[in-house]
Write a protein that binds this ligand. Structure first.
Ligand code: UD1
Length: 418
């Protein structure tokens, strides 16, 4: 059931509830390896990537139980510090266990993650940080091996505010003999959630959300309960969907502050975004929208994970928009698919020039990665005709119950056999 049929011509309307954040859940699951006792995570989304991380934890000896949105992770009997290649290849984020394994065992052996569709995504920034902390890092035969040598107080200056490197270093530094300062740290809300989780376990971390994070290492961490933050990218995707289809959608379970860069761009197009108290917002796309220019940046800049969705919207908005992708070197794979639907997009390196038109046409297209798939759903809803999205499994990596949620908004979304 790898294809998704989307019926076009719908003005989406209704209410949708956002799930827990995938990108907060994955590192927090890895951080559970640092605990001596059971951890309970609430608002965990039921997604393929989360299932891969469950497999990773189980392969290391943890016990994992899932009930609805709750995940119970018991790391007491972890007996391995090695992440095998078959798991590393399935999901890049599995490399987040490296920091936790170093913290727990003082050593780790992790298969090198392969490149991925949107770019090379090396681990050099993570490894440089581990070395600064006093770990010996060797790279051989496709594996990275880390071993505590002389853990010291250290200051790490990240060459780029990498989200994964910041999280990996926070985990290793939380259970460590030394004190660690991370400068030019990533400031994403998921980093703040990680700090809150680790501190609840007994870690001593401050600064997350700013570009300097200070960590006093402790000797061990306790098991705790934690509710994962709502998914700002899922929320943003429904915001764009509402505007693109000239709809009226109420989105529940959002943190308005996390959505500031997306809200600002949506308003610039002419869409109306109303924030209510209590984590709810409403998007009305009824007016004629206009083109906007976008440059993706680390948080609090415009998120790269919302770039494909915005491109889908702008392809069907009259006027010229320019998108500059600064985070990933190959994140325009959706352009060819949008062109199949009639979009007029020219790409020069990391710049895309979109000559928007009134309407795209339904076609058979292919989801090349997770957010590219989301972009195609948005484009498809704005067409008159039906669209078939092949390789829809990419969408399931990041969007829980996608057919159900789209259906509740009046969109025909049907899974069909390959
Ligand atoms: C995380 C998110 C992903 C999001 C990205 C950027 C998770 C599970 N994934 O990915 O959805 O798109 O942040 O917001 O949270 N880089 C290096 N060397 C390194 C590390 C990164 O060159 O050692 C480069 C990457 O190739 C990329 C850029 O830095 O071009 C950003 O990567 P990073 O912030 O690390 O993203 P991820 O943590 O992989």
């Amino acid at each position: 059931m790898n294809k998704l049929l989307i019926g076009g011509g719908t003005r989406v309307s209704g209410r949708v509830r956002v799930s827990g954040s995938k990108n907060a859940t994955l590192p927090i699951m890895a951080a559970c390896l640092l605990a001596r006792k059971e951890c309970i995570l609430h608002q965990v989304p039921d997604l393929d990537d989360v299932k891969v991380m469950e497999e990773v934890l189980v392969s290391l000896g943890a016990k994992v139980k899932r009930e609805n949105g709750t995940l119970v992770i018991n790391p007491e009997n972890i007996n391995s510090y090695e992440l095998p290649e078959y798991l590393s290849r399935r999901m890049r984020a599995s490399n987040l266990v490296m920091g936790a394994l170093l913290g727990r065992f003082g050593k780790a052996r992790v298969a090198y993650p392969g490149g991925c569709a949107i770019g090379q995504r090396p681990m050099d920034i993570h490894l440089k940080g581990f070395r600064e902390m006093g770990y010996r890092i060797d790279e051989c035969y496709g594996y990275i091996e880390g071993q505590a040598e002389n853990l010291v107080d250290c200051e790490i200056m990240l060459d780029f505010p990498s989200v994964g490197a910041t999280e990996n270093l926070m985990m290793a530094a939380a259970v460590s003999k030394g004190n660690t300062v991370i400068r030019n740290a990533a400031r994403e809300p998921e980093i703040v959630d990680m700090q809150n989780f680790l501190n609840r376990m007994g870690a001593r971390i401050r600064g997350a959300g700013l570009d300097v994070i200070r960590i006093e290492g402790v000797s061990e961490l306790n098991g705790v309960e934690h509710e994962v933050i709502p998914d700002r990218i899922e929320a943003g995707t429904f915001m764009v969907l509402a505007a693109a289809s000239k709809g009226d959608v109420v989105i529940e379970n959002v943190v308005a502050e996390h959505l500031v860069p997306v809200t600002a761009k949506m308003r610039e197009t002419g869409a109306e975004v109303i924030h209510y108290n209590g984590g709810t917002l409403r998007v009305l796309g009824k007016r004629k929208l206009g083109p906007v220019d976008i440059k993706t940046m680390p948080y609090p800049g415009f998120p790269t994970d919302m770039q494909p969705q915005m491109m889908a919207l702008l392809s069907a908005v009259e006027g010229t928009s320019v998108i500059v992708e600064t985070i990933f070197e190959n994140r325009f794979m959706h352009v060819n698919e949008l062109r199949r639907m009639g979009a007029d997009i020219k790409v020069e390196g990391r710049v895309a020039i979109i000559k928007g038109k009134n309407r795209l046409r339904g076609a058979t297209v292919e989801a090349t990665d997770l957010r590219a798939g989301a972009a195609l759903v948005i484009a498809a809803v704005g067409c008159e005709e039906e669209t078939i999205i092949n390789n829809a499994f990419h969408i399931d990596r990041g969007y829980e119950k996608i057919e159900e949620k789209l259906g509740a908004l009046g969109v025909k979304a049907v899974r069909i056999a390959s």
